[in-house]
Design a protein around this ligand. Structure first.
Ligand code: IPE
Ligand code: IPE
Ligand code: MG
Length: 247
């Protein structure tokens, strides 16, 4: 599986990355800069997330993984957390039909046990509706932490009594098919991973944008992809080796 991923990633060195992951940061600052409440930034950010899924679908991206709520975001003020949970449930209910029509397969990756039953039901419904689609694979990371993901994968192996190897552990991560992001974008100016895909991002190309998430439009995404195309991915080899392989 690991070997296969590397070769898939080499192949995807065409114009469009196969898997894009985004840390959608900067909603609160975007709202505050407009004299609005932070939560209005989350609303605007949700619109951008929807647009990003559409653009990625049109571009032929296979996997889009969006970081919507981290394991640590529960530590925010109560009102903000409730608003985010409400927005999440409403968006699932409002968007899933359209996603289905667009052949998008939606999955929520993260610790779903942390959500209330109403939200869990909305998640199950949206996932079931889109389960057989084979267009864009949209993964929303919610109550997700990279450390949690690795621990839950190790626990799953322990329960099954399986040997712990890289391949086995990777196969238990919550992200689909052992897929790893080719391009990992973070908006909002911070240059850190904040406990996102710690395992899966081992060889992702990182792209940091100063734009706040609600300002990150399709053109900004295309800019990130253009930057990605300037990179040489070496996976531990020398530049000369990689160059000779691509001929
Ligand atoms: C990202 O935007 C969204 C979530 C973490 C839920 P922020 O809410 O972190 O926005 P800033 O970083 O405070 O501007
Ligand atoms: C990362 O943003 C999480 C999401 C975008 C969902 P944060 O705003 O929570 O990250 P830190 O706290 O600045 O590292
Ligand atoms: Mg932030």
């Amino acid at each position: 599986m690991l070997k296969k991923n590397v070769s898939e990633q080499n192949k995807s060195n065409q114009s469009v990355p196969q898997h894009i992951a985004i840390i959608m940061d900067g909603n609160g600052r975007w709202a505050q800069a407009r004299g609005k409440k932070r939560v209005m930034g989350h609303k605007a950010g949700m619109e951008r997330a929807r647009e990003m899924a559409e653009v990625c679908g049109e571009l032929g991206v296979k996997y889009l993984t969006l970081f919507a709520f981290s394991s640590e975001n529960w530590n925010r003020p109560k009102d903000e957390v409730s608003f985010l949970m409400e927005l999440f449930a409403t968006s699932l209910n409002n968007e899933s039909k359209k996603l289905n029509k667009n052949n998008v397969k939606l999955t929520i990756v993260g610790d779903k046990d942390g959500f209330d039953s109403k939200l869990r039901k909305a998640i199950d419904k949206a996932e079931a509706l889109t389960a057989n689609n084979n267009g864009l694979y949209l993964q929303i990371a919610a109550n997700y932490g990279g450390r949690w993901d690795i621990v839950q994968a190790a626990q799953a192996l322990a329960v099954k009594g399986r040997e712990i190897t890289e391949q086995a552990l990777q196969s238990e991560l919550v992200t689909a098919d052992g897929s790893e992001p080719d391009l990992l974008i973070r908006t909002g100016g911070e240059q850190r991973i904040s406990n996102f895909l710690l395992w899966q991002a081992a060889y992702s190309e990182l792209y940091f944008s100063d734009r706040l998430w609600p300002d990150f439009d399709g053109d900004a995404l295309k800019g990130a992809i253009a930057d990605f195309n300037q990179r040489q991915r070496r996976f531990g080899k020398t530049g000369e080796q990689v160059a000779s392989e691509s001929h």
